[in-house]
Unconditional design. Structure first.
Length: 526
């Protein structure tokens, strides 16, 4: 925006028939917009011709300014400080990177390594990916989230961009499968791709503070495709993986049934082999399946044998005759496409078996660790978003003649949020590091208990932060849209995280049972 105005020039446009305002040194012509302004036209007229920056931030978040800038900004105020030139960046050495600062620098508002603290885990390629994803999210996604939440949808072009930006292949908990996609991630050489890149990608997507958005992007894909990648036949992978990895086709994971959730061993969806041994005939129902409604492929846990886990297999089912999907209306994670699915006499070639027949347990359990880690990353960032929003609001809002942050009771809430977020994040980094040093099987056995405990820790922290943020925001956090939009939305998303992939109760119990088994094998002395 090249046009510049003097403050005195802007001041002349203070009447309804020509109404300009200044926000952050930029000049906006709100003459036409005043009639559609959700806050009313009079409130805009009262600040006509003036600097309304302080009033603006009282009622809006950054997304709103970004969304309307192109439409309403007509120039900038003369003498508006130009943004400081980007500091000349030398290729950072690993030790230097820890001292670089990034983001808004609200204490605990980002992971410690963003804020000038040392870390053994990250290098320059991690920082580059963080910058790339954050810029994309802030520009293309943040401004539209409230609308998408309302419409319970995310445009399919955004998902496709996850493919063309090369992000989808990096979300599978495996080495970057470059053979299946022509697209590349701009900021990271693929041979350097590791578990921490996947962590950062999920973490930065979660900064949207929208479970619905994150699950739309990765909720089906990052749990439905890994079993195929790890245990599927090569011919099957060569046929179906390229379409999914580029974002053209979609997949979901179907474990839960109307009558079997955390109790996976009792699932009843059955797959019977045809007498010629060439197909399975699948009959059964699956419920609460993320992304099911628009999926082309379904990674399905089915009963091929007797009762219990020993009779369970995993099949890749393709959308076709006998597969029906119906979208469910749930409390939160809007836009994630939670679905009820029926399989009625669906004919599936035996080549679509994932892993061995009746050995689905290993496939499902290996996958659970990856799924739970994804949930932990999301919940930890959501908790940070709630904390960050609360900290910003507490420094703006005044009650009883003081800013909220000046009330000890508010600082206490923020402190309890921060200590839980940091504890969860540090444990998470340790587990991701362990996973990057172990084989899949070793990680499944050794880390399963800790990951289960950490999943519970992350959802309990998320629930705590959602409650405390809602209390700090008061009525504004109870209202959709506006300054409290993220708080209101995340509050409704909490159960969508605390229940699936193993409820808190099951997770806590498993964390001890599984860890005892592992430590017995390690030589534990009781
Ligand atoms: C570039 C200028 C502005 C734009 C594009 C704009 C846009 C909006 C939008 C989109 C909303 C609805 C928020 C939501 O539901 O998420 C809103 C609400 C509101 N705006 Fe503005 N606004 C502008 C300037 C201002 C100014 C200068 C003031 C105050 C002097 C103001 C006061 C309000 C109020 C009081 C609300 C209602 C907040 C609530 O529901 O709690 N707006 N505005």
């Amino acid at each position: 925006m090249s046009k510049t105005f003097k403050a005195t020039e802007v001041a002349e446009h203070k009447k309804p028939d020509s109404l300009w305002i200044i926000v952050e040194g930029d000049v906006y012509d709100v003459t036409k917009f005043q009639n559609e302004h959700p806050g009313g036209k009079k409130i805009l007229q009262r600040v006509g011709g003036k600097d309304a920056t302080a009033q603006f931030w009282k009622y809006h978040n950054e997304g709103i300014l970004k969304k309307y800038k192109a439409q309403l900004q007509i120039g900038s105020l003369e003498g508006k400080a130009a943004p400081p030139p980007e500091p000349k960046k030398e290729e950072p050495k690993k030790e230097q990177l820890a001292l670089d600062t990034y983001g808004d620098l609200i204490p605990f508002g980002d992971p410690a390594w963003y804020q000038g603290y040392h870390s053994p885990y990250y290098n320059a390629s991690h920082a580059a990916l963080r910058d790339e994803v954050r810029a994309w999210v802030e520009e293309k996604i943040e401004p539209h989230l409230n609308d998408w939440e309302k419409q319970k949808f995310v445009p399919v072009e955004i998902y496709k961009e996850m493919g063309t930006r090369g992000y989808l292949p990096g979300l599978l908990g495996v080495k970057y499968p470059k053979e299946y996609t022509p697209y590349r991630i701009a900021s990271v050489p693929l041979e350097k791709w590791d578990h921490f890149h996947e962590f950062i990608l999920t973490d930065e997507l979660s900064r949207t503070g929208s479970g619905g958005f994150v699950w739309n992007m990765i909720g089906g894909y990052s749990i439905g495709l890994p079993p195929v990648m790890k245990f599927g036949r090569k011919e099957l992978k060569d046929r179906i993986v390229p379409g999914m990895i580029t974002g053209e086709k979609r997949i979901c994971l179907c474990i839960t049934e109307p009558d079997a959730g955390s109790d996976v061993a009792n699932l009843t969806c059955e797959a019977k082999k045809t007498p010629d041994g060439k197909h399975y005939i699948v009959n059964g129902e699956k419920k609460w399946i993320t992304n099911g409604i628009w999926s082309d492929y379904f990674t399905v846990a089915v009963r091929t044998g007797g009762p219990g886990m020993g009779g369970v297999s995993v099949l890749l089912i393709e959308r076709g005759p006998g597969v029906s999907t119906r979208e469910m209306d749930c409390q939160g994670v809007h836009g994630s496409g939670t679905t009820y699915i029926t399989f009625e006499d669906v004919k599936v070639p035996v080549e679509n078996l994932i892993g061995k027949e009746n050995a689905g347990f290993k496939v499902i359990m290996t996958n659970f660790n990856h799924e739970r880690l994804g949930i932990i990353i999301q919940c930890t960032r959501f908790s940070r978003v709630l904390y960050e929003e609360s900290m910003k609001y507490a420094n703006r809002r005044r009650t009883f003649g003081k800013k909220l942050i000046e009330h000890p009771v508010i600082r206490m809430k923020l402190a309890h949020m921060a200590r839980q977020i940091e504890a969860t994040h540090n444990w998470l980094e340790n587990i991701v590091y362990q996973g990057s040093c172990m084989s899949d099987t070793e990680a499944m056995l050794k880390l399963g208990g800790a990951i289960a405990g950490l999943k519970a820790q992350s959802t309990i922290t998320f629930e705590f932060c959602a409650r405390e943020a809602a209390q700090i925001f008061g009525g504004i956090g109870y209202t959709k849209g506006g300054v409290g939009a993220k708080v209101e939305r995340l509050y409704r998303d909490v159960r969508g995280y605390a229940i699936p992939a193993g409820s808190e109760e099951i997770m806590l119990d498993l964390s001890i049972r599984q860890s005892l088994k592992v430590h017995q094998a390690l030589g534990m002395k009781l």
